[in-house]
Design a protein around this ligand. Structure first.
Ligand code: ZN
Length: 184
């Protein structure tokens, strides 16, 4: 299960796996993917405290792997363009979500290293990574629909993916394509 956490001003994503392990295990792959495994009994709070206690190690590792990757990025949009494109896409998809009960939304842009977007359903705020300028338009659309779908399901449950598939049937293809774009 993909989880997010603030670490010293950075949002990091990690893959939490519940396993029969004694303690909490932390593993960071060279592509920057963070794996955490913990016993079912260990609460989310304890896991987050553990990760916070390791924040220096985690951020150093991410920084190291970032400089290690040399694959050149293809830039599809300028920063101004990507803001414009995302704003336009949001306006285009909003009628559907409005019908589904989404009362309002606001858009924010930030440069982030470990996620393409986020959604705060309570505040009605969608945040998009300006690094989406390095992603093709289909993937940008996917991120917009993904974040909007969080207004309906504020998690990554199977229900979330069912909802997402209604508006973006090829979401898996775009998610995989995005994974290959290294913006760290
Ligand atoms: Zn999500």
């Amino acid at each position: 299960m993909i989880k997010e956490l603030w670490l010293s001003g950075n949002i990091i994503q990690y893959d939490l796996q519940r396993k029969k392990v004694k303690n909490i295990n932390l593993r960071i792959k060279s592509d920057g993917t963070i794996y955490v495994s913990a016993n079912k009994q260990v609460s989310q709070k304890v896991i987050e405290e553990f990760l916070i206690s390791k924040s220096k190690f985690i951020l150093n590792a991410l920084e190291k792997y970032k400089t290690a990757s040399k694959a050149p990025l293809k830039q599809y949009f300028t920063e101004d363009e990507i803001r414009f494109v995302i704003t336009k896409l949001c306006k285009e998809v909003y009628p559907y979500f409005e019908k589904r009960g989404v009362k309002h939304f606001a858009i924010k842009f930030r440069r982030m290293v470990s996620m393409w977007g986020s959604c705060n359903p309570t505040k009605g705020i969608l945040t998009f990574n300006t690094a989406l300028m390095f992603a093709p338009i289909e993937c940008v659309e996917y991120v917009v629909l993904h974040e909007f779908t969080h207004f309906l399901q504020a998690n990554h449950s199977s229900k979330f993916y069912e909802e997402l598939a209604l508006v973006c049937p090829k979401w898996k293809v775009y998610r995989e394509r995005l994974k290959k774009i290294n913006i760290r």
